[in-house]
Ligand binder design. Structure first.
Ligand code: ADP
Ligand code: MG
Length: 304
């Protein structure tokens, strides 16, 4: 999944291997670059079948696309590639290229038959589950550990944090949220058994002519999402939902994102805006603390 993962598990060493293989197995199914993956074949041939966890992931991904009204769109890949984020050959594509590619981006044209796992896409479309796969992988790894009796684990999947239970001493896990404009943690969340997933423009970006371009795209424009948010952190029970929402709420911006939150009951969120203000949904207000260096940060609590 193109990232470093770090697992801290209290229990038998073998459990770590189990959790790891759950993730590498999923990666083998949904990789966009591995010619043997189920998703690769669908992208090549326009149709194919997803099995097991990959099928569930597709279902979750499509649900998130419609729930966010297309702010998450798993067919955005050609746009991401045109900007060079798949290879590191960064460039600003010309507007004609963007518009041509954008014409192929539309998750509503994906046909998915959940009873068979069959996916069919129009010609020219490419699917990529990268915006949600890590969160789902963390969820699966945590399920595997819990099933094996683990009461305490902290899984870091390249910025996607998944916890199992609490710390061995019974106190909650402390998950730091990075200052999107710096290198240090600006706040710490106390978490038990939940996932904490952050998306931000600072994670992967390039600069050209004094402009910064990052890897989260607005499917409405084909350009990096420019919503006034620097990062979005989602806390919830389901890693896949948290991951899908962290990307899409970043695209939507504070107003639409907080509206979606107030109509939902399956996540809480922390938004950092480009003016440096932190917005926190009310469910987190007793679970967070600013770090010492950030004690003066303006924090606003969003109410339902
Ligand atoms: P990361 O993988 O860096 O933790 P995200 O979960 O936010 O971050 O996913 C970003 C990845 O998802 C991008 O690298 C890109 O491949 C893809 N992507 C970018 N914008 C969108 C979007 N609007 N909808 C779906 N996928 C996207
Ligand atoms: Mg995401």
């Amino acid at each position: 999944m193109d990232t470093t993962m770090q697992f801290q598990v209290y229990g038998e060493q073998a459990l770590l291997e189990d959790a790891k293989s759950v993730i590498t197995d999923l990666e083998k199914q949904v990789s966009v670059t591995d010619p043997n993956s189920e998703l690769y074949r669908i992208n090549q041939e326009g149709t194919g079948t997803l099995t097991g966890h990959a099928a569930t992931l597709m279902q979750e991904a499509l649900t998130m696309c419609s729930r966010t009204d297309g702010a998450l769109d798993i067919s955005i890949y050609p746009i991401v590639r045109a900007w060079g984020f798949t290879t590191g050959n960064y460039q600003v594509p010309d507007e004609t290229t963007i518009q041509t590619l954008l014409a192929q981006v539309d998750y509503t044209k994906i046909q998915y038959d959940a009873s068979t796992g069959t996916v069919t896409i129009p010609e020219g479309m490419t699917l990529d589950l990268g915006s949600i796969a890590k969160g789902y992988a963390g969820e699966l790894a945590a399920d595997s550990l819990r099933k094996n009796g683990v009461k305490s684990a902290l899984l870091n999947l390249g910025g996607n944090v998944q916890t199992v239970g609490s710390k061995p001493d019974g106190s909650p896990w402390e998950v730091g949220i990075q200052d999107p404009s710096g290198d240090s943690s600006m706040m710490v969340l106390s978490i038990r058994d939940q996932a904490v997933v952050t998306s931000g423009g600072y994670e992967r970006y390039f600069e050209q002519d004094g402009q910064t371009y990052w890897h989260i795209m607005d499917p409405a424009t084909g350009h990096p999402a420019d919503s006034g948010l620097l990062s979005v952190t989602i806390v919830g029970d389901k890693g896949s939902i948290c991951d899908g929402l962290s990307t899409s709420l970043f695209v939507m911006g504070l107003d639409k994102a907080s509206q979606l939150w107030s109509q939902s009951d399956d996540f809480e969120a922390v938004f950092v805006t480009d003016s440096g203000t932190v917005y926190l949904t009310e469910g987190l207000k007793d679970q967070f603390a600013l770090t010492e260096d950030y004690a003066d940060t303006k924090v606003k609590v969003l109410q339902r």
